[in-house]
Design a protein around this ligand. Structure first.
Ligand code: TYD
Ligand code: MG
Length: 471
């Protein structure tokens, strides 16, 4: 083998290059290449063993079933929901989120809950001192919970200590960016260190059988700092998000090898830590004021869970120059599309107005089903007429202004009825189309075929379309 050659790895995309450059050729980011030593260090400083004769693999067919993975529920229902029913032994979960959003608080609460449920839990912090964590535990009323706590950053010490806990169910590492291993010759937090430390910890989790939770910092762009490969190395990636100006926090599944992604857990940050929010719709609609133009309630879906949120629009006159389009909580490209459809297909004049769109409460909506609610809010703002305060909206809008069906209509209707709404504006059902819909009692469906119907309905204040009473 030749002498170790230098290679350079991109901190943003994980691309490896033989030469340093100011800009990563793979992802185009500037100043992200860092030196890494090879080939002595395969991931985690493993030695290559070129002389070992490979053992023969045993191949099997696709048939046959494995039992579902066992789960260790944490007793925090919102947390378990996102994981798909609890922690899977020997699995690795990466939790990312902005600084100060509450990652450490969440993991300390989850650790304490598991500890109280009789599991062995280890919490290792590289960011805070033991005293700081104890202070937090006292504030959360968790000081008596059985958790093995230590402040450490040196991976060798950590691995040696973990070996003494063969029954550990959960190990929390807060955060992976602070961990470093002597086997790798670069600074803590660098791509090489983060990757090597994660690799060693993951290997310990797989051999000892504990669930590993890693806290990961996020960059300005919201990606988990360090190489994207970290996301590939783990089984589950969760994002803890929220607006620090608001109290609620959302734990969102980004990747889950053992369950559905797109699930959310909703929490509220209180003076006594994070408390679960079992009914997020009520929380998001709590501050809604009826009879204001530019507002519409969207019956959305987060994973398998219906969530009602208020969409707010403000139009401000902009006589000269390029009008502003400012969007919080929704896709700005979709807003542009909707504005274009409203202008060309419905004759609404919006080109000389600044448009501000906000999803109230700070939730991020990703569904195209929000089109109809956004359109309703825009039309209501333009006409200065409030939308029906008893009505929820959902439906996708096509480029010709036609409405398209969206998934899980029944779930959305049920949630709307549960929260006391009495009408739902939805896309018109095609004759002979999908299966019979169970419309909840007390809810009337207002089916809309084309966006012009909605414009007519809101601007004249009339209720549009055919009315379908509950069947
Ligand atoms: P923290 O868990 O330290 O965030 P992270 O680990 O993601 O950086 O949370 C810190 C914030 O949470 C801090 O601004 C204070 C707030 N907080 C509360 O409001 N109530 C509480 O009971 C706790 C423990 C924290
Ligand atoms: Mg923290």
């Amino acid at each position: 083998m030749g002498k170790p050659a230098k290679t350079y790895v991109c901190a943003a995309c994980g691309g490896v290059f033989p030469k340093w450059a100011g800009r990563c050729e793979a992802c185009g980011e500037w100043n992200t290449l860092e030196e890494q030593m090879t080939p002595a260090s395969l991931p985690g400083g493993l030695k290559a063993s070129p002389h070992r004769r490979g053992a023969k693999l045993e191949f099997v067919g696709l048939e046959g079933v494995s039992p579902p993975p066992p789960r260790v529920p944490s007793t925090i229902a919102e947390f378990d929901r996102v994981l798909g029913g609890g922690l899977v032994p020997a699995s690795v979960v990466l939790v990312g989120g902005d600084p100060g959003i509450g990652k450490s608080t969440l993991l300390l609460q989850a650790s304490a809950a598991l500890g109280r449920a009789g599991r062995q839990v280890i919490y290792i912090s590289g960011e805070e001192s033991v005293d700081q964590i104890r202070l937090r535990a006292a504030r959360l009323g968790l000081a008596k919970s059985p958790v093995h706590l230590a402040a450490a950053t040196q991976l060798g010490d950590i691995l040696a200590s973990l070996a003494q806990f063969p029954d550990a169910a959960l190990v929390v590492i807060d955060s992976i960016q602070t961990m470093w291993t002597e086997g790798v010759d670069s600074a803590p937090g660098s791509v090489t260190q983060v990757r090597a430390a994660a690799f060693e910890l993951i290997r310990a989790a797989k051999t000892q059988g504990f669930a590993l939770m890693l806290v990961g910092h996020v960059t300005k762009e919201g990606n988990i700092a360090g190489p994207r490969v970290l996301e590939h190395m783990v089984d589950v990636v969760l994002h803890f998000e929220g607006d620090r100006g608001h109290q609620f926090r959302i734990l969102r599944g980004i990747k889950n090898r053992f369950g559905a992604t797109d699930e959310i857990g909703v929490f509220e940050m209180t003076s006594a830590g994070l408390s679960e929010v079992a009914n997020p719709s009520a929380l998001f609609l709590a501050e809604r004021r009826g009879n204001v133009s530019g507002s519409a309630v969207f019956a959305g879906l987060e994973g398998s869970r219906p969530v009602l949120v208020e969409i707010q629009v403000l139009l401000a006159p902009n006589p000269g120059g390029a009008p502003r389009r400012s969007v919080i909580g929704w896709d700005s490209g979709r807003l542009s599309m909707l504005l274009a459809v409203l202008e060309t297909r419905c004759g609404l004049k919006l080109a000389s107005s600044d448009v501000y769109l906000n999803v109230a409460g700070g939730l991020r909506v990703g569904e195209p089903a929000a089109d109809l609610a956004v359109a309703a809010a825009l039309i209501s703002a333009a006409a200065d007429v409030p939308t029906d305060p008893q009505m929820v909206f959902f439906g996708e809008i096509g480029l010709s202004g036609e409405l398209r069906q969206v998934a899980q209509t029944d779930l959305r209707l049920k949630e709307a009825a549960k929260l006391g709404f009495s009408r739902a504006a939805t896309p018109k059902r095609v004759a002979g189309g999908t299966a019979r819909l169970a419309v909840p009692k007390g809810l009337a469906m207002v089916e809309i075929g084309h966006l012009t119907d909605l414009v007519g309905a809101i601007t004249t204040g009339a209720k549009p379309g055919m009315k379908h009473e509950e069947d």
